[in-house]
Write a protein that binds this ligand. Structure first.
Ligand SMILES: Cc1cc2nc3c(=O)[nH]c(=O)nc-3n(C[C@H](O)[C@H](O)[C@H](O)COP(=O)(O)OP(=O)(O)OC[C@H]3O[C@@H](n4cnc5c(N)ncnc54)[C@H](O)[C@@H]3O)c2cc1C
Length: 464
């Protein structure tokens, strides 16, 4: 069974990566007309992302969605840098490396969000999506499926058959839905914000740090991270509280900034030319979690990506989750009898998983900012790495399951609790991974974890 879209004018609001991808898929499914409305100017012609380019990691869930456009390999080759593990920088400048996967074939892909977005805008135009820039959605009349945009000072009314809200965390489409009876939504802001700090390439164009690692400077209630770009530079991002002690609010002058870096990130100073000015000039972004539902209204409106479930960035999954929404919805358009059924099923399948990755992303902030430098945590990671190497048919870490498989996030989250319990038992009487009793580990896994996977029809050996 497949839903007929040939007579439908679909309006997608928000030409971010998720809106562009979903527009392509809807047009390829045969929709009569797909129009993508974006409030900003065309980013391919204007530098609208200065200081907020966002460098992110694509992983299996995101890459799989690009396969639907037959562009997975091209994106990997032309736009990404492989990231094989984490490199921790301590206060003395000592480095500790942790690989991500059981071997280097399992890795993340660092990509500039703007470059990926530009690529997808081109793709959308190529498949026949009409893109209209400079139109900011104000509100939606849900009964009449009419959208009200502002273009400069002009009011524009647009009629649609179907509305897709891909308008990111602030989503006016979501706001319209949440005014209906039976709909609920909330946005929980993190006390911390973020700011980008570009790390320059060396004078000869080479990378100034190991390029195939995510660099982390964990410092408790703030942290710095760096991900490689294609041109030898890195995009650094500092996360810290917006107000209070050691906060963005406290760093008002160039001297404040340099003194702060000298104390907390001394080995990063030489990487950032003109650190004080760069820091003060770049905008400070806020971070939050959107939880809402239902994500649809009849067969008229559906939410995707950050509009439905913005999350904090500490698991590197916001966009990957949004792309997975597109994969799911795309399949349901083939499997269901009506759009309303497809939207309802989509919400059922995705909502608990979006909530699960939202929780795991919040938890990961503590892991990244505090625990990655802690010897007990590092030992746990080493033991887990050994389990993944020696017992990989029955044990894969929560991290690997989230990043390199399609196992639903909720199952990865619940399995993670069982895994913590197993690791705590194994770590009880050892101080080095060499002391790990692998037979005891195997028995524990078969007793506690394997039945959980069996119950949920997950073959972890084949899932990654
Ligand atoms: C610092 C940081 C690091 C991150 N790292 C990662 C990572 O490593 N991996 C990962 O998967 N994700 C990461 N993310 C999350 C990722 O950036 C988002 O999940 C992703 O951009 C969501 O895509 P989207 O298309 O749904 O929304 P957006 O990218 O927010 O796009 C929404 C679009 O809608 C437009 N829009 C908004 N309002 C209106 C309106 N009223 N009218 C018309 N258009 C409108 C916007 O201009 C924008 O173009 C990170 C985010 C941050 C902030």
């Amino acid at each position: 069974m497949s839903i007929q879209l040939e007579d439908k004018h679909i309006v997608v609001v928000g030409a971010g990566p998720v809106g562009c991808l979903m527009s392509c898929l809807l047009k390829k499914k045969g929709a009569k007309e797909v129009t993508l409305y974006e409030k900003r100017p065309d980013m391919r012609a204007t530098d609208i992302d200065a200081g907020r380019s966002i460098n992110l990691v694509l992983t299996e869930r995101g890459l799989a969605a690009l396969t639907l456009l037959r562009e997975r390999e091209r994106v990997i080759k032309e736009l990404t840098v492989p990231v094989l593990g984490r490199m921790m920088h301590d206060l003395e400048g000592n480095l500790t490396y942790q690989p991500y996967g059981k071997d280097d074939s399992e890795h993340n892909h660092s990509v500039s969000r703007s470059e990926l977005n530009k690529f997808l805008l081109d793709e959308a135009e190529e498949v026949g999506v009409k893109i209209v820039f400079g139109h900011a959605l104000q509100d939606v009349d849900l009964e009449n499926k009419t959208l009200h945009f502002l273009k400069g000072n002009d009011d524009i009314k647009v009629q649609a058959d179907v509305i897709v809200g891909a308008d990111g965390a602030p989503s006016p489409v979501r706001k319209a839905l949440m005014e209906l009876d039976g709909y609920e939504g909330r946005v929980d802001m993190l006390e911390d914000g973020y700011k980008e700090i570009p790390f320059a390439a060396k004078a000869n164009g080479e990378y100034a740090m190991a390029e195939h690692a995510l660099h982390i400077w964990p410092r408790g209630n703030h942290m710095l991270m760096g991900l490689a770009n294609l041109d030898g530079s890195f995009t650094g991002t500092i996360y810290m509280p917006m107000t209070g002690d050691l906060s963005f609010e406290q760093l008002q002058t160039k001297d404040d900034v340099v003194a702060f870096f000298e104390t907390h990130y001394p080995d990063a100073i030489e990487l950032v030319p003109d650190l004080g000015n760069t820091f003060l000039e770049n905008p400070t972004g806020t971070l939050g979690t959107v939880r809402c539902g239902p994500w649809f209204y009849k067969d008229d409106v559906v939410l995707i990506g950050d509009a439905a479930h913005a999350i904090v960035p500490f698991f590197g999954q916001g966009l990957n989750c949004g792309f997975e929404d597109c994969t799911t919805l795309n399949s349901l358009l083939d499997e269901c009898d009506s759009l309303e059924q497809a939207f309802e099923r989509y919400h059922e399948l995705r909502k608990e998983n979006a909530d699960a990755i939202a929780d795991m992303a919040l938890e990961n902030y503590i892991e990244m900012s505090e625990k990655v430098g802690d010897p007990a945590f590092l030992l746990k990671k080493k033991v887990e790495h050994k389990l993944e190497q020696e017992l990989d048919t029955i044990y894969r870490s929560r991290y690997a399951t989230v990043m390199y498989s399609h196992v639903p996030y909720k199952i990865a989250q619940d399995a993670g609790l069982i895994q913590q319990d197993i690791l705590d038992t194994l770590l009880h009487d050892i101080s080095s991974p060499d002391e790990l009793d692998i037979n005891k580990a195997k028995a524990l896994i078969e007793q506690k974890l394997t039945p959980f996977y069996q119950k949920h029809n997950v073959n972890i050996d084949k899932a990654l």
